[in-house]
Design a protein around this ligand. Structure first.
Ligand SMILES: [Zn+2]
Length: 649
């Protein structure tokens, strides 16, 4: 208790980081609840939307509410109690319109005072321009029977499907009614699906054209980017007492089998960090164009089918997404320059869960080593840019103002953030750091925070829980590195290699291949016994040394391990990237297989490195070939890659 009081007093003395990626006046007025009503017209790729807002006023006087929107058609705004229509206009800048959208200004027609509640409704329409939404034709689905729709709101994309305060620093509860026009379409959202109809419809509809009405409710406060929807010929299968998998019918049995241990993963994480408070946990295996490995929508994780390998080696993505239930969804970054507050902490917790799952800490260190290799390569790449924004992406505090926050997305907040926490843990030992994290969660439960909040919390915690002598010494160690770790663009101030016996075999084998100059090492077959993450480390270490990987070595590697024909996409994308970087990829080797791969997988982690390795002409050609398949976010990131090729060369 004492800790909490001192901490809160000090907290009030500091000003909190603002979100530079929202046009909303979120300091003056805060969303309490949203009720959404959507009529899905999936054949025409149009959604008719209505939203009822409940806001609380925090300014002394309030006459306008400003919301974020992105390429949507606002029809009208009105008070629900008396039908009074409110004036609205859109403030727009041509560059920002594409990057981050526009400001919707709503004139309230009266003055509201501090503490008062404001309620109004907006009617609007969205279509294919909504960059959060992927509208798919039946031909693009597995079942080929009906259209399919899924959303991806992180980072600032929710504003393209709902006008709202699109900032992770504002949290609210939400409910929704979703009306479908085809009996084939099933709908899930990131909330509890209600068994009976609870909410009255806000609009009149032609009942002859309505097939189903689905309703959802989430009574835990979340930021806008966690609102999610999937609609299609999807069904749910149980994987345990509180977990389930959702997908199209074609592959659902395979997915159910691969994810049969979901209940256990939740338990492993609970054992480290405390109770899972969200109720059920469901994972949707989406079409392959989904741009991420997973997305932690509460109660409804979205995942890419590349996580289903057949040997459960891809399920660490599921563990990661479950870990977000605490870090990201319970304590949330308060703007997108602080994404490591979500991802760094989440990776840290994920690896605690993986320690139980793998039963061997060395295998967890292999994951950290793969992450470290990829982080180091990215830091080097970002630092070589002439663009100060891109340079800043190497830090834990990337610049995002006036840009689409998605541009700064990379593995940096995950691995650099994880390594900072790993370093901090070592300063005070595992048990005490575990308690510190539990207390951090309790203190910031259902709130948003930044790096300063964490630093201040940690220092107060240490002051209270350590002897004064130890406190001074630990604080000194932390102060020596914390700011550099967060804000500097170079390597983290303390280098951690995560060397361990499970990786030594891998690194030694790589060296033997390089020394052999194309002759197979005597023990080359040990590769077949490696776990999937050891194979990833093998390929990532080769990538790191690609300057000395000759064509003779590549030919011999292919002959020994048939790498171009593997089915695990985690390995394929690394081998394919290496193939292009070493110029092994040709029409006579595996170039056409790589070309096929980028048309079947839309996960940015896997296609972006390939596009980066390609020359500009080939990249442009392959991108055009697969444009229709890619998700809007994947398109955007590949376009940036192709654009940067011009800048760098
Ligand atoms: Zn994550």
């Amino acid at each position: 208790m004492k800790l909490v009081i001192i901490f809160l007093l000090c907290h009030m003395l500091y000003c909190v980081d603002v979100d530079k990626n929202t046009f909303s006046n979120y300091k003056d007025v805060k969303t309490q609840h949203l009720h959404i009503e959507w009529l899905l017209n999936l054949n025409d790729k149009v959604i008719d939307g209505s939203v009822e807002y409940t806001f609380k006023v925090y300014a002394s006087q309030l006459t306008e509410v400003h919301l974020d929107i992105y390429k949507m058609n606002i029809l009208f705004v009105y008070y629900p109690n008396n039908g009074q229509v409110l004036k609205h206009h859109v403030e727009s800048d041509p560059i920002q319109k594409e990057e981050q959208g526009e400001k919707l200004v709503i004139e309230l027609g009266q003055v509201y005072k501090y503490g008062e509640i404001v309620k109004f409704r907006i009617k609007y329409q969205i279509g294919e321009d909504a960059r959060a939404l992927s509208f798919m034709d039946p031909s693009q689905t597995d079942d080929k029977k009906a259209p399919y729709l899924f959303s991806q709101c992180e980072a600032n994309n929710c504003r393209s499907m709902i006008p709202l305060q699109d900032t992770p620093s504002i949290k609210f509860t939400y409910s929704a009614t979703v009306i479908t026009q085809s009996p084939l379409i099933n709908v899930f959202m990131s909330g509890n699906r209600l068994q009976t109809q609870k909410f009255q419809l806000m609009n009149n509809y032609n009942m002859n054209s309505i097939a189903n009405v689905f309703q959802f409710e989430l009574n835990i406060k979340i930021p806008a980017y966690l609102i999610a929807i999937v609609a299609g010929t999807v069904e749910e299968r149980s994987t345990g007492t509180r977990t389930a998998v959702i997908s199209e019918t074609k592959n659902i049995e395979k997915y159910q089998k691969e994810l049969e241990d979901l209940d256990k993963y939740v338990k492993y994480l609970e054992d480290y960090i405390g109770e899972y408070k969200w109720g059920s946990y469901k994972i949707v295996i989406l079409p392959a164009s989904f741009p991420f490995g997973g997305m932690e929508n509460p109660l409804l994780t979205f995942a890419n089918p590349t996580i289903i390998v057949g040997d459960k080696s891809g399920v660490s993505v599921a563990v990661h997404e479950i870990a977000h239930s605490w870090f990201g969804n319970t304590v949330t970054c308060n703007n997108w320059s602080n994404m490591w507050i979500n991802e760094g902490f989440c990776v840290f917790l994920e690896r605690k869960g993986l320690k139980t799952l793998f039963g061997d800490i060395n295998l967890v260190h292999v994951n950290s080593q793969v992450g470290n290799n990829e982080m180091n390569a990215l830091i080097k790449e970002f630092n070589s840019s002439q663009d100060d924004f891109i340079k800043s992406y190497a830090s834990l505090h990337p610049k995002t103002e006036n840009h689409n926050a998605d541009d700064s997305f990379s593995t940096i907040p995950y691995e650099r953030g994880f390594q900072l926490l790993y370093y901090l843990e070592k300063q005070i030992n595992e048990t005490r750091f575990q308690q510190l994290l539990k207390d951090w969660l309790q203190e910031y439960e259902y709130k948003s925070a930044d790096e300063n909040d964490f630093y201040r919390f940690m220092i107060f915690w240490l002051k209270i829980n350590l002897s004064s002598e130890e406190f001074l010494s630990v604080k000194k160690s932390i102060d020596n590195v914390y700011n550099k770790w967060v804000y500097d663009y170079g390597q983290p101030p303390i280098e951690e290699k995560f060397e361990n016996p499970a990786s030594k075999d891998v690194i030694d084998l790589v060296q033997s291949w390089i020394d052999g100059k194309g002759t197979k090492p005597q023990n080359y077959q040990i590769f077949d016994d490696f776990k999937s993450n050891q194979k990833q480390l093998f390929l990532s270490t080769l990538q790191d040394k690609n300057q000395v990987v000759t064509d003779a070595i590549m030919v011999s590697l292919e002959d020994a391990y048939h790498l171009s024909d593997l089915t695990d996409a985690e390995l394929l994308f690394r081998w394919y990237t290496l193939s292009i970087n070493t110029k092994y990829a040709k029409d006579t080797t595996n170039l056409q297989k790589i070309r096929k791969f980028v048309g079947l997988v839309g996960r940015m982690k896997m296609v972006n490195p390939i596009y980066k390795a390609l020359d500009k002409e080939t990249a442009t050609q392959w991108y055009q070939e697969n444009y229709a398949f890619y998700h809007p976010l994947t398109r955007q990131s590949i376009e940036n890659i192709i654009k940067n090729k011009t800048i760098i060369k």
